[in-house]
Design a protein around this ligand. Structure first.
Ligand code: HEM
Length: 339
């Protein structure tokens, strides 16, 4: 083969091995709509913040506002990444695993942007930034969470997962729950008067933790248990809010809890948490109904070759079905355990 052709052939190979890692392609190098949507969803908020800063739409304190927005997006992506496993199980949508790593990395990216904006706000005086982080409790907590997310991000490559080993990787990545709690505490502590947003996010976090507690007892698929988690998470949310206002504003706990039952200003954060938790139970009911009667739909609607291909949960192994991982637990292609 002529030298130039051989050179261009290896160039194509190098190009292919790079493009294989493009975030919207699946492992076979084909376009994945799910991954493309997730990629757009993770990138667009950042571009929007950049545009707002450039166009001066964030007056009167553009950098402070950008710090708030980037921090809020970091928490949103954190909750979304933690919701992937419950949604895969409850909705039996195994393919969702393809976007979990991307969402996790989005948490890290937004948290780094958040810290960078804070440094800009402090006129890039890094000594001052470091001393503020050391002296202010809520910043110290945020910093610890950021370091933790950086460790998780650095150990999320295929090579690192292989090197660490699936089981140890899983154990290490369990720190994400503690990091999530720290990030939410940071969110709560920096809020001045209105804590509705951090309380709502904490309630959603409670649902996710409640689901994991159920799953460890093999009850993650039970509709009754999911309804129980919704009610408990709502109650927990109301208690967090009440204790917070009691501790910092001396408001009676009973009054704050009673305010949750008044719908004058729409549902409270606790109310929304119950609604979201019940939504998960409804999703489970819908999935069970589809498994049971979905095959009838194509006949009723006159479709052919449609409907659920099997009533067996797709996208997960029977070992995963048990809710426990063991020697038979199926591993994802990239080595990270899928359960
Ligand atoms: C070194 C690390 C961090 C620093 C220096 C930092 C700094 C800040 C600052 C200065 C604020 C605004 C406070 C105010 O206006 O009074 C803030 C708010 C916030 N931060 Fe951080 N943060 C850090 C890490 C994190 C991490 C890791 C997360 C989440 C994963 C996070 C999420 C948030 C959220 C959600 C808010 C509130 C946003 C809002 O009010 O809408 N931060 N942070």
């Amino acid at each position: 083969m002529p030298k130039t052709l051989r050179a261009s052939g290896s160039g194509v190979m190098i190009m292919r091995s790079y493009t294989r890692h493009l975030p919207w392609l699946d492992r076979a190098g084909r376009l994945s709509t799910l991954k493309l949507v997730a990629f757009m969803a993770t990138v667009l908020p950042g571009l929007w913040i950049a545009l707002e800063l450039r166009e001066g739409w964030l007056q009167p304190k553009p950098i402070t506002e950008a710090i708030h927005q980037s921090g809020t997006w970091a928490v949103r992506f954190l909750l979304l990444s933690l919701a992937i496993t419950p949604f895969r199980r409850v909705g039996q949508w195994g393919k969702l695993i393809a976007v979990r790593r991307m969402l996790g990395l989005a948490v890290l990216a937004y948290a780094i942007i958040h810290l960078a904006l804070y440094a800009v706000d402090q006129h890039l005086d890094l000594v001052h930034v470091a001393s503020e982080i050391a002296l202010r409790f809520y910043l110290t907590i945020g910093f610890v969470a950021l370091i933790g997310f950086a460790v998780l991000g650095a150990t999320s490559t295929d090579g690192m997962i292989r090197r660490i080993g699936g089981k140890r990787w899983q154990q290490l990545h369990r720190i994400v729950y503690g990091l999530g709690a720290l990030a939410l505490l940071h969110f709560m502590l920096q809020a001045k008067l209105d804590i509705s947003q951090p309380v709502l996010m904490s309630g959603l976090f409670l649902i996710l933790m409640g689901w994991r507690a159920l799953q460890s007892r093999g009850l993650g698929d039970s509709v009754a248990a999911l309804i129980g988690v919704a009610v408990l998470a709502g109650t927990g949310t109301a208690l967090i809010e009440a204790c917070w206002y009691h501790a910092f504003n001396r408001l009676p706990i009973a009054d704050v809890i009673a305010a949750n039952l008044s719908f004058d200003n729409g549902p409270s954060a606790a109310g929304w948490v119950v609604v979201c938790g019940l939504g998960v139970a409804v999703l489970r009911i819908g999935r069970l109904a589809w498994n049971r009667w979905g095959h009838v739909l194509p006949t009723v609607a006159g479709w052919r070759d449609a409907g659920p291909r099997s009533t067996r949960p797709r996208g997960r192994s029977l070992a995963c079905n048990s809710g426990r991982s063991g020697p038979n637990t199926r591993r994802r292609l990239d080595g990270a355990p899928s359960c």
